[in-house]
Design a protein around this ligand. Structure first.
Ligand SMILES: CC(C)(COP(=O)(O)OP(=O)(O)OC[C@H]1O[C@@H](n2cnc3c(N)ncnc32)[C@H](O)[C@@H]1OP(=O)(O)O)[C@@H](O)C(=O)NCCC(=O)NCCS
Length: 156
């Protein structure tokens, strides 16, 4: 019940350049290898779509970015601020993303996730994503090493 009340207060919205400072605040808090400001600017310049959740004080606390590739939507980034994790907000963003994809006729949503990111893999799996492959040494990792990506897809 408490979670539902908190979730009802969260406002879903489209994001743009003016939100990048807030996005970076979360990005740098929750990722070991965060995107740079330039990555977000380039994504928006390329027309990739960004959406997020704001709290009652209009502070952004979660977001995702998707890139259309023909009839497929590619999830590039999804994050929830540390204070708001484990309250179902990623699940909620994924529900919005799925509705967005269905409304526009995309046939599937594709994503990559670090093999070590068990929390995210479990969230995606619970949401209906299935592993369809691996990309070797896809991500930079600790100490100049590389980490594999799990490629997951959900059919719309
Ligand atoms: C991965 C990430 C997006 C998940 O966000 P989240 O909002 O915490 O996800 P949810 O709350 O929807 O689900 C997370 C867990 O909380 C649980 N949960 C959901 N609502 C809950 C509630 N009200 N009370 C307790 N637990 C709850 C879920 O069952 C899930 O459990 P699990 O970890 O055992 O699978 C978040 O941890 C994050 O931003 N990580 C850093 C960035 C990142 O790794 N992004 C993914 C890149 S591919």
């Amino acid at each position: 019940m408490a979670t539902n009340l908190m979730q009802a207060d969260a406002q879903y919205c489209q994001l743009g350049y003016a939100d990048i400072d807030q996005i970076l605040g979360i990005e740098e808090q929750v990722y070991s290898h965060p995107w740079s400001r330039g990555n977000f600017v380039d994504s928006m310049l390329s027309g990739y779509q960004a959406f997020g959740l704001r709290d009652e004080a209009q502070r952004l606390f979660a977001y995702f970015i998707v890139m259309p590739v023909l009839d497929e939507l590619h999830l590039l980034n999804l994050a929830v601020s540390a204070a708001k994790q484990r309250q179902g907000y990623a699940q909620r963003l994924l529900a919005h993303m799925f509705a967005y994809a269905q409304e526009r006729g995309y046939v599937s949503i594709l994503l990559e996730v670090r093999v070590s990111n068990r929390r995210a893999v479990d969230v995606y799996r619970r949401d209906g994503f299935v592993e369809i492959g691996r990309r070797k040494a896809y991500y930079p990792a600790e100490g100049n090493t590389r980490e594999d990506a799990i490629v997951m897809r959900r059919i719309c």
